[in-house]
Ligand binder design. Sequence first.
Ligand code: NAD
Length: 499
Amino acid sequence: MSAPQTREQWQALADQLTPRNQCLIEGQWVAAASGRTFDCISPIDGRVITQVADGGSEDIDRAVASARAAFEDGRWSRRAPVERKKIVQRWASLIEANAVELALLESLDMGKPVGDALGVDVKGTVRCISWTAEAVDKVYGEVAPTGAKELGLITREPLGVIGAIVPWNFPMLMASWKLAPALATGNSIVLKPSEKSPLSALKLGELALEAGIPPGVFNIVTGFGPSAGEPLALHMDVDGLVFTGSTGVGRHLLQCAGRSNLKRTYLECGGKSPNIVFADAPDLRRAAVAAAGAIFFNQGEVCTAASRLLVQRSIQEEFVAEVVKAGKRMQPQHPFEPRAAMGAMVDQGQMERVLGFIATGQSQGAQLALGGRRALAETGGYYIEPTIFDQVQPEHTIACEEIFGPVLSVIEFEDEAEAVRIANASQYGLAAGLWTADISKAHRVARDLRAGSVWVNYWDGGDMTAPFGGYKQSGNGRDKSLHAFDKYTEMKATWIHLG
Ligand code: NAD
């Protein structure tokens, strides 16, 4: 299906949509054992899209049992990598063929511009799944450098049953970063999507079955964190837990692993990324436009959002004026507007939380240079203006806490050493950027920044070819690239005596 070109055409498609709303267990679509459902609300206009199964511990038990049985009987885990590869690639092709519906579900459910859902989320999901599938039959084991009388084989085996808990900001993309390497390496999986955006995951499940991933290998339990996520994290028969979400919940999940079976636990958590602009940046206007995009893209609901803009004092005034100009052009619109730069916040709670941070910024003395208010309230949806605070001090709340909304804090610095010190003075270490024409300074600063991804003279580079993850309390382990396989496999040393 070709993509609609107008808001009206997207709306007409949305009006015909009947999204799946049940759990996927053992290849069957089932209601929650309790029979309970919850309202899935669109932040575009506050209307209910559908009622989704409110899964709980009984559903998690059934899903884990199904994943375990599938793993043990080898219907997937013992297939040759080349066979799994073909099926996972078919899944990627089906996702591509259903791109319009998936983009629509994502936009409707979490409020992002449908153009971004199509061009970033669906495209990234297809790329992640197909790249990972393609790689899986090209990874070799090792032979240990032993003496003549023995042979040491170093092999990787699937972990077993994986629990995956994912957030709402890039629902299908974040899920795909877990699902692709888990499934390609032969694991079975139980996915718990966010209660705020469960719909695209259910469509991914439907397409996985259609592609030939056997029933029981990929299960989905919809529901809330404490009632569905926690039983998964505490389950004694889950071998690995992979999570993307907030640092607070990540910390709790490590405790769950410790209280249960020490399941391998990998976290991709929050960020408060610094974007450092030196006076000798090669193109200050381009840097200013990029700085605005780096915070306002996806309504600022991005783990790597450049929420701290560090600007060298000598260019502060003129640079901030350029960023404000660029930010003004990114006002929120109905997400079905094909060229919308920003859509709606994911829900009313998130909108209120962000407005609360804006009030705190003002009360602590930061200077509001742009926005700061709710927008488009007449639609019934949850929109916020692009917001820029100037004269922010590093210790201000808005400079320290992850807001996860369209709020930029501009902080001045004098020299390189001060920039690095401010940038690193954070509990987070997910990403960072720097702008300079001086190649030695670029390398020095990039090396000194404590972050999993560093961008020089642009923001948000990345691809499946490179790992992604955080330093410090932004998490552990890496998604994407061949390094992602480490999280989903155990390493075995087999010794054979040749005497
Ligand atoms: P969240 O931590 O509130 O929720 C994430 C998931 O955890 C959801 O599925 C939720 O239902 C579940 N959950 C909540 N409480 C739980 C509990 N007690 N036990 C088990 N599961 C529980 O995060 P969010 O609001 O959905 O997402 C925003 C956060 O995600 C931000 O902090 C953002 O930085 C982070 N994030 C990180 C990355 C990354 O790659 N590092 C990517 C995207 C988002």
